[in-house]
Write a protein that binds this ligand. Structure first.
Ligand code: AMP
Length: 280
């Protein structure tokens, strides 16, 4: 695997490869890699000739400075995992390479930025828009692969690509989970033993919540989720919503004709975790 720290040098290589007719797949990450990230690399390898992964903890998308400070960083292990997975190129820049100047651009993601993650993490999606637009502009991949774990982010990135008229196809990939169902996340390593056990309740309540909402409606499912969270000592609910799977419009009634997804954000101790499950 080739490792680049400078986008200019990487751009030269990419343009040579493109001249040879090779297609480029891109997997942007913030590092502390796990098998969820690696599954994106594997999908990219199947669909494109050259897979480029980036590792960059983007300060502009953190609305909480403590979260940024404590974000796990495991560069040596990341390089090993990517190498073993057969990733072709790793781009691992310093902040100055991504942001030679302060990025003051403001994107308009409309309704998408006003709900769920947008509502609870002000400025987060703008920061995502900034970094993703810079990375896509430099790498110009044919396809970029994002995890459905960050369901709303996929819709934001699709909107960004449309607004900027970029040619990259955005591919949403399935969520990888631990054996007890907890969605893999770089933040899971920050849970202590007790919190990790408690976090296993998240996928359980989401699955049962989906069954309840299909049988008794969304209001009952919300009551159920609140009641479960209330019994778990270190857990605090930030939101639980059932949304239209395409627009993320918040639903109050479930209809089997409409594709729906339930989404949750909880704190387990100080660690904020998100998850989502398709309803139908
Ligand atoms: P992050 O490093 O957390 O910014 O994530 C980088 C990419 O990996 C994003 O597109 C995430 O949605 C994706 N990702 C994170 N966790 C998972 C997971 N458990 N399964 C699939 N994709 C994931």
């Amino acid at each position: 695997m080739l490792v680049f720290n400078k986008i200019k040098e990487l751009e030269e290589l990419i343009s040579l490869e493109k001249q040879k007719g090779r297609t480029i797949g891109f997997v942007p990450t913030m590092g502390a890699l796990h098998l969820g990230h690696i599954s994106l690399i594997e999908t990219s390898k199947k669909q494109t000739d050259i897979t480029i992964c980036s590792i960059f903890v983007n300060p502009n998308q953190f609305n909480n400075s403590s979260d940024l400070l404590h974000y796990p960083r495991t560069p040596e292990n990341d390089i090993k995992l990517l190498d073993e997975a057969g990733c072709t190129i790793l781009y691992m820049p310093e902040i100055k390479d991504v942001y030679p100047e302060k990025d003051v651009r403001v994107f308009n993601f409309g309704f998408l930025d006003s709900i769920l993650e947008g509502a609870h993490r002000p400025g987060h999606f703008n920061g995502v828009g900034q970094v993703v637009s810079i990375l896509l502009d430099g790498i110009k991949p044919n396809k970029a692969f994002f995890g459905s774990k960050d369901y709303q982010q996929v819709l934001v990135v699709k909107s960004l690509v449309k607004q900027l008229g970029l040619l990259t196809e955005i591919i949403a990939c399935p969520i990888l989970r631990e054996s007890d169902g907890l969605a893999m996340s770089s933040r899971n390593v920050r849970l202590n033993e007790q919190e990790r056990l408690e976090a296993a309740a998240i996928p359980e309540m989401m699955k049962l919540g989906n069954q309840i909402l299909k049988l008794y409606g969304i209001a009952e499912a919300k009551k159920y989720i609140l009641s479960v969270v209330a019994t778990i000592p270190n857990m605090k609910l930030e939101y639980y919503e059932v949304c239209d799977a395409e627009t993320l419009g918040i639903l109050t009634e479930f209809s089997p004709k409409q594709k729906a997804v339930s989404l949750i954000a909880v704190f387990v101790g100080n660690i904020r975790l998100i998850d989502n499950w398709m309803v139908n």
